[in-house]
Ligand binder design. Structure first.
Ligand SMILES: *[C@@H]1O[C@H](CO)[C@@H](O)[C@H](O)[C@H]1NC(C)=O
Ligand SMILES: *[C@@H]1O[C@H](CO)[C@@H](O)[C@H](O)[C@H]1NC(C)=O
Ligand SMILES: *[C@@H]1O[C@H](CO)[C@@H](O)[C@H](O)[C@H]1NC(C)=O
Length: 374
């Protein structure tokens, strides 16, 4: 039951410029009661734009609220699912656009040991801890550490998680940068650093995509390609069994582009599983993770990352949830590609280790590139 330690990391903690005072871009949303009660902490909305491509993020949960880009006819749509009011993100269990942690995905039984010391984390998913517990990183205020405008705008959010938060050991410093890196592309770079005790860390970005535009039907007809030859199968509670199984000849094979709808009937509940990415699996190299395209809009999304796994989720628990602009998100109305370390690695010694100690730096990089199909 004891997770193994990470090898000494060569990743450096980033040096950031002095905090820039920021005037929040108000886009007519209402701060939740919790925000107002906190007094000093308030909600900010930050738009990053380059030409017609823009994303909007907030410091509540370091959440992505929208990603806007043209289709092949020049019509701009928001292609990520989200709520109209920020208050709807409080206590939300869909994780729309959320930055999840301290440990993304499930921890079996909500317990683990580090250096012989037992820990119990908040069980918010039956007997398991999901996405860091009831008050994970998606349910806290982050502060703005740095904001840069101009050609390649970015924003860095900072959060100090305290010792014992949701049951996790030790304080943890976390930085997340959203940056427009080029035309129609943005990156998410996450860093975490234990302040005192060793702790598991596994962050993920939980944006739901619908390339036709959020609320415009299901993603079952999108073409999805995932560069992975194996998955980590799960039990009925979605806990990995520890096996690593080839996708060849199964409904999980997306090595060549396929519609999720083609074989979803053979996947009880719909897709919600971790793929073992091909190529280097030590989390160092950046590689192509997935390509998603949608024929009627012509939009194509390419995802690159340095992580060993990606959770492919087809919005199985959506049930007409009301979203932005009066949209309703039907079952399979969005898909998630959450790059990550393998789920429940704390209980699977064969999975890449996810425990970091003081002096080690966790890094997770994601690059999203958009284009239009010919
Ligand atoms: C969120 O849940 C807490 C209890 O855990 C409750 O006190 C609070 O009112 C809820 N907030 C919203 C906006 O639903
Ligand atoms: C939690 O685990 C206990 C003991 O294994 C079991 O009896 C109970 O049904 C489980 N609860 C859920 C919600 O899975
Ligand atoms: C839904 O997507 C189709 C195909 O791109 C587009 O023609 C239509 O305008 C979209 N509907 C809405 C409500 O945006």
């Amino acid at each position: 039951m004891s997770g193994s330690m990470r090898m000494a990391s060569s990743v450096a903690w980033p040096c950031l410029a002095v905090v820039v005072a920021v005037a929040a871009l108000m886009i007519g949303l209402v701060a939740p009661a919790e925000a107002r009660k906190e007094g000093k902490q308030s909600i900010g909305y930050y738009e990053l734009r380059r030409g017609e491509f823009s994303i909007v993020v907030t410091n509540w949960g370091a959440t992505i609220l929208s990603v806007n880009l043209p289709d092949k006819n020049g019509k701009i749509d928001d292609v990520v699912l989200g709520y109209k009011k920020i208050g709807s993100y409080v206590n939300d269990t869909t994780y729309f656009g959320a930055l999840v942690g301290r440990v993304a995905n499930r921890i079996a039984g909500g317990r683990f040991t580090v250096k012989g010391q037992p820990y119990h984390t908040y069980k918010n998913d039956g007997n398991n801890t999901l996405h860091g517990g009831h008050r994970g990183f998606n349910q806290v205020f982050w502060s703005v550490r740095e904001r840069v405008t101009g050609q390649f705008p970015y924003i860095t959010f900072y959060y100090r998680s305290y010792d014992g938060e949701q049951g996790f050991p030790g304080a943890l410093d976390v930085l997340v940068t959203y940056k427009i890196d080029g035309d129609d592309s943005y990156s998410v770079t996450m860093y975490a650093r234990p302040v005192d005790k060793p702790t598991p860390v596994n962050l993920a970005q939980h944006t739901y995509w619908n390339l036709r535009g959020h609320g415009n039907g299901t993603i079952l007809d999108h073409a999805v390609q995932i560069f992975a030859s194996a998955v980590t199968p799960v039990d009925a509670d979605l806990i990995p069994t520890g096996a690593v199984t080839p996708v060849a000849g199964t409904p999980f094979d997306f090595r060549t582009p396929a519609a999720p709808g083609a074989h979803i009937a053979d996947v009880p509940g719909g897709y919600d599983i971790n793929y073992v990415l091909d190529g280097e699996a030590d989390g160092q190299g950046v590689r192509k993770v997935a390509v998603v395209s949608e024929a009627t809009s012509g939009r194509v999304l390419e995802l690159w990352s340095d992580q060993p796994g990606v959770q492919f989720y087809t919005g199985n628990f959506l049930k007409g949830d009301e979203g932005k602009g009066g949209a309703h998100y039907v079952k399979h109305g969005g898909l998630c590609l959450e790059t990550q370390d393998f789920p429940d690695a704390l209980h699977n010694p064969k999975f890449p280790a996810e425990i970091y100690r003081k002096g080690q730096v966790y890094k997770h990089y994601m690059l999203y590139k958009f284009s239009l199909a010919n």
